[in-house]
Design a binder for this molecule. Structure first.
Ligand SMILES: Nc1nc2c(c(=O)[nH]1)N[C@H]1C(S)=C(S)[C@@H](COP(=O)(O)OP(=O)(O)OC[C@H]3O[C@@H](n4cnc5c(=O)[nH]c(N)nc54)[C@H](O)[C@@H]3O)O[C@H]1N2
Ligand SMILES: Nc1nc2c(c(=O)[nH]1)N[C@H]1C(S)=C(S)[C@@H](COP(=O)(O)OP(=O)(O)OC[C@H]3O[C@@H](n4cnc5c(=O)[nH]c(N)nc54)[C@H](O)[C@@H]3O)O[C@H]1N2
Ligand code: SF4
Ligand SMILES: [Mo]
Length: 848
């Protein structure tokens, strides 16, 4: 088919330059592309963890525009800038189009895998053979499934599939994402999740590294409501760099990275010492006198006119405020915090009192910036505990837990497990979770994942030698601190299959590459989340033809492997999938991957489309209607019911965490440790005794002698990051200056002019940033929006694979630099998280 230049321009203008040349022939040269011919189709964006409901505009089979789904109450019909980049993702000419196999057995960074195209049959057969070999030799536990981003259809590939083949190793990316953030909420109010916020009614937003105009969660909702918030509330942002939100705030507190716990306890001190806590929520001293005196413990009793009178605090909806003061806060004055945090005592006092003056309409909003740090679990607890002091947890204008959204239950797999498979599932998990070094206390000891540590497990063969992994929608070689470690681990792993849209760093170590359908526009699925006081379920559905031979990661590919395994003698997965995922409308048993894909998504979303949830939210009465509307939202969250009914041990908001105490006791017992102190020491925290159970200050940890490495390295994410997946989109670079301080087409290191002067460097100079672990070379940008003494770089660039835009030379030379080269491979062990923040790496800079 021929296409002339005029028609080409017409088509590309519509997609604003987002055209992958390979796709052009699908448009008829003489098509009239007007508003009338297209159709808006609903789906879901996964550019971040907000999972907003969107619509794509499709003209003659071609996607030309994205907007918010007008039916969505969470993101109220809006999107942030990022889904527009998804058009360049789906039509990226660098996408993987067919299954590939490696022909070069040597693996390593910069080594050409010499991939050659193969058929789906050959690819699936190779994978099935490897799995069968493990099952036959009694080593099925040596298989792992790596999950990065996902839809809620992950119940198939991530949850059930590894178990059905006898592996306990379903490894998610959660602990490289935000687990430390959840830790703070869980051990105060028993919520292991993200929060929702009543921004309509709030009077104060205190953001701990939160930059909701640009990142964090619920960006469209915040952009939409921010004007109102500005009008009726005050905003203070704690962040070492002037973020988009900090630039529009009343206060910017440029904290020294990693010192958030000090600032949080000092603010709590001010609120209590100033008598500014919410007495209706927390309670008060019975005699009305304030015994929270700086530097003094609250006495058990006092003497009045020769009589001993007990000092009593009648606590209402919280638990342990006096213990918290006595164990931690009494001496944590703003003057104490000033040299640690770099924030003037006066400003600490002012912000703390302003925040408290807003009472229960004040939000202390903790982002990963303040807690994905070494010892960040306690920073998270301390910053979140401020919500308890002002009584904003589950209050109007405060911070909320959110409403759950119904979906189909995952059918029981037990009847499908043979004795051998069931016993293989009892093997230890590969990531060493629940051990003294990695408590990963998600609700219970070892309840969380330690994603990053799988690399160490592979290298050390502890607890055993991992032999095979399948990864999907993940890129751990790029996205985890200390990239060299995952590079080495992937070199060593004997067999890896990657299900991916792009040839990412992780793919370069693969033995088999399977092309994935792009999640937003090419496949079925569903995602559940909350924003704006609504829980919601948003559907993913195909609106354009999948590129090449791409298939759905979470369903079709699993079914194909299950079919191949059945042929080779292990039919449990296929039986499970066929017997349990019949079409809910017709009862038909799935016989093809495509049928399984459709039936299983219908199965899981049935409670939404069969009308049985109409009383809980929107009204939807058929599968077709769900596809048309695209989203189902709950009624607005009903505020206040959680108060006195939190799922903590005491049902109260816990300043003294009985919930944490109980879990730590179980952890000690399970690991046969001598005491909780020993457990805390092994987890690299300094508190001892009862301080362990209250939000408290933990000193930051830094690598590198300050005499040799005088600066601290810190980072933020781009407003245009679709996590690690938008960096092959030309628009990413063309609009890079949407990030304050950044430059179009560049990946600059931002340094305060004062600091730069000390080192004799200026804007445009090329420098080497040298840490104890690695060094990177980049260009300098002097900017006042960075606190002195630190070097800040945006995360996102530095891909040595991914595509021709993301790398200077695909396969070997990155474009820009990856911060994870510099970030130390370190952890917040209590939550299992990796420490990408907190300024763990000290660095020096050298002019090149
Ligand atoms: N634009 C965009 N938004 C996203 C995503 C994306 O890829 N792009 N991804 C989504 C995902 S997966 C997640 S988990 C969330 C993450 O949520 P975010 O809140 O975006 O988390 P981070 O980017 O890790 O850190 C946020 C901020 O912490 C600041 N910071 C760095 N060090 C410190 C410190 O020591 N103390 C304090 N107080 N601040 C510090 C950084 O300057 C940055 O502004 O974002 C989601 N939203
Ligand atoms: N230094 C630093 N490190 C970070 C972060 C940071 O801010 N700074 N952010 C952290 C956070 S919050 C997170 S959540 C993680 C994310 O880290 P990962 O879970 O590793 O995810 P991504 O880096 O987004 O890589 C996803 C990969 O999936 C593939 N892919 C892309 N689109 C699709 C698709 O539609 N389907 C399928 N099947 N595959 C696809 C591509 O290979 C892509 O490389 O990174 C973490 N790492
Ligand atoms: S906030 Fe996240 S999920 Fe929502 S539109 Fe933006 S990138 Fe997509
Ligand atoms: Mo994340």
């Amino acid at each position: 088919m021929e296409i002339n230049r005029r028609d080409f321009l017409k088509a590309t203008a519509l997609t604003a330059g987002a055209v992958g040349i390979a796709q052009i022939p699908e448009i008829e040269a003489n098509t009239q592309v007007s508003g009338e011919v297209g159709k808006w189709v609903a789906s879901t964006c996964q550019g971040c963890t907000s999972w907003c409901s969107i619509q794509g505009y499709v003209v003659d089979g071609r996607l030309v525009k994205v907007r918010g789904n007008p039916n969505a109450k969470g993101n109220h019909g809006k999107i942030c800038p990022r889904p527009h980049l998804a058009i360049q993702q789906v039509y990226d000419p660098d996408r993987v189009k067919t299954p590939l196999k490696r022909t070069n057995p040597k693996k390593g960074k910069g080594i050409d895998p010499q991939f050659v195209p193969i058929s789906w049959d050959e690819a699936i057969d190779t994978i099935a053979d490897k799995i069968m070999a493990l099952i036959k030799s009694g080593e099925s536990h040596k298989f792992a499934l790596f999950r990065g981003r996902y839809t809620h259809m992950n119940e198939i590939l991530y949850n059930t599939f590894p178990k059905l083949i006898g592996s306990p190793n379903n490894i998610s990316h959660s602990s490289i994402c935000a687990e430390a953030e959840k830790f703070g909420r869980y051990y105060t109010e028993a919520l292991w999740d993200y929060a929702d916020f009543d921004l309509d009614n709030t009077r104060y937003v205190l953001g701990w590294g939160a930059d909701p105009l640009a990142s964090n969660r619920q960006v469209p909702h915040f952009i939409n409501i921010w004007g109102k918030v500005r009008d009726q509330a005050r905003i203070a942002i704690i962040d070492p760099r002037l973020s988009a939100t900090a630039a529009k705030a009343d206060h910017w507190l440029p904290i020294i990275p990693g010192e958030d716990s000090a600032l949080a306890v000092a603010m709590a001190h001010v609120i209590l010492a100033g008598g500014a806590w919410n007495k209706g929520y927390v309670g008060d001293f019975v005699d009305g006198h304030n015994y929270f005196k700086p530097g003094e413990l609250v006495p058990e009793s006092i003497e009045v006119e020769g009589k001993i009178i007990p000092v009593e605090f009648k606590e209402k909806h919280t638990y342990g405020v006096v213990k918290w003061w006595n164990l931690e806060l009494f001496d944590k004055t703003p003057e104490w915090a000033e040299p640690i945090t770099g924030i003037p005592a006066k400003q600490i006092r002012q912000v703390a009192l302003e925040f408290a003056a807003a009472g229960s309409r004040a939000i202390s909003w903790v982002s990963p910036g303040a807690c994905m740090q070494i010892r960040g679990s306690y920073a998270s607890m301390a910053a979140h505990a401020l919500n308890g002091l002002v009584g904003s947890c589950d209050s109007v204008g405060g911070i909320l837990q959110g409403t759950s959204v119904p979906s189909g239950k995952t059918p029981d797999i037990k009847p499908y497990l043979s004795e051998e498979i069931a016993s293989a599932l009892k093997q230890k998990k590969i990531d060493q979770r629940g051990t003294p070094k990695f408590p990963a206390l998600n609700k219970k000891t070892g309840g969380g994942v330690v994603t990053a540590n799988v690399a160490n497990a592979i290298l050390d063969e502890k607890p055993y030698d991992l032999k095979m992994a399948i990864g999907y929608w993940n890129n751990f070689v790029f996205s985890i601190n200390g990239t060299h470690l995952w590079e080495k681990a992937m070199e060593k792993l004997p067999f890896y299959a990657h299900i991916t849209t792009h040839m990412a760093e992780m793919t370069m170590y693969a033995d088999i590459v399977l092309p994935a359908k792009m999640h937003m526009f090419e496949r079925y699925g569903f995602s559940k989340n909350k924003q704006n006081l609504h829980g919601y379920l948003s559907i993913h559905q195909p609106m354009v033809k999948p590129l090449g031979e791409a298939k759905t990661d979470e369903t079709e590919i699993v079914f194909m492997i299950a079919q191949a395994l059945a042929k080779k003698g292990h039919d449990a997965p296929l039986r499970y999938y066929q017997e349990n995922f019949k079409d809910p409308e017709t009862g038909k048993i799935p016989s093809t991957p495509e049928e399984f894909d459709l039936f299983s998504v219908k199965y899981f979303t049935q409670p939404i489309w069969d009308g049985s949830s109409n009383d809980k939210g929107d009204s939807i009465n058929s599968w077709k209607e769900l596809l048309e509307k695209g989203v189902w939202s709950t009624k607005r969250y009903s505020i206040g019911k959680k108060i006195d009914n939190f799922k903590t041990e005491t049902k109260k908001f816990e300043f003294y965490s009985e919930t944490l105490k109980k879990v730590l006791e179980e952890h000690v017992e399970k690991n046969k440790l001598s005491s909780i102190d020993e457990a805390i020491e092994a987890s690299n925290n300094t508190a001892r005794g009862e301080r362990v159970f209250v939000p408290h200050y933990e000193p930051s940890v830094r690598y590198g002698d300050p005499k040799i490495y005088p600066l601290i390295f810190a980072e933020h994410r781009s407003r245009l990051n679709r996590e690690g997946r938008s960096q092959n989109a030309p628009w990413y670079y063309e609009h890079k200056d949407v990030d304050p301080g950044d430059e179009i087409e560049k990946d600059v290191a931002k340094i305060n002019p004062e600091t730069a002067k000390q080192f004799g460097i200026k804007t445009g100079d090329r420098i080497r940033i040298v840490g104890t672990q690695a060094s990177i070379e980049t260009e300098v940008k002097l900017w006042e929006g960075i606190r002195p003494g630190i070097v800040v770089k945006c995360y996102g660039q530095g891909h040595w694979a991914y595509g021709s835009v993301a790398s200077e030379k695909f396969g070997s030379k990155p474009r820009g630099t990856n911060n994870n080269d510099i970030h130390i491979h370190e952890y917040d062990r209590l939550s299992g998280s990796t420490a990408r923040h907190g300024g763990t790496a000290r660095v020096k800079i050298e002019k090149i």
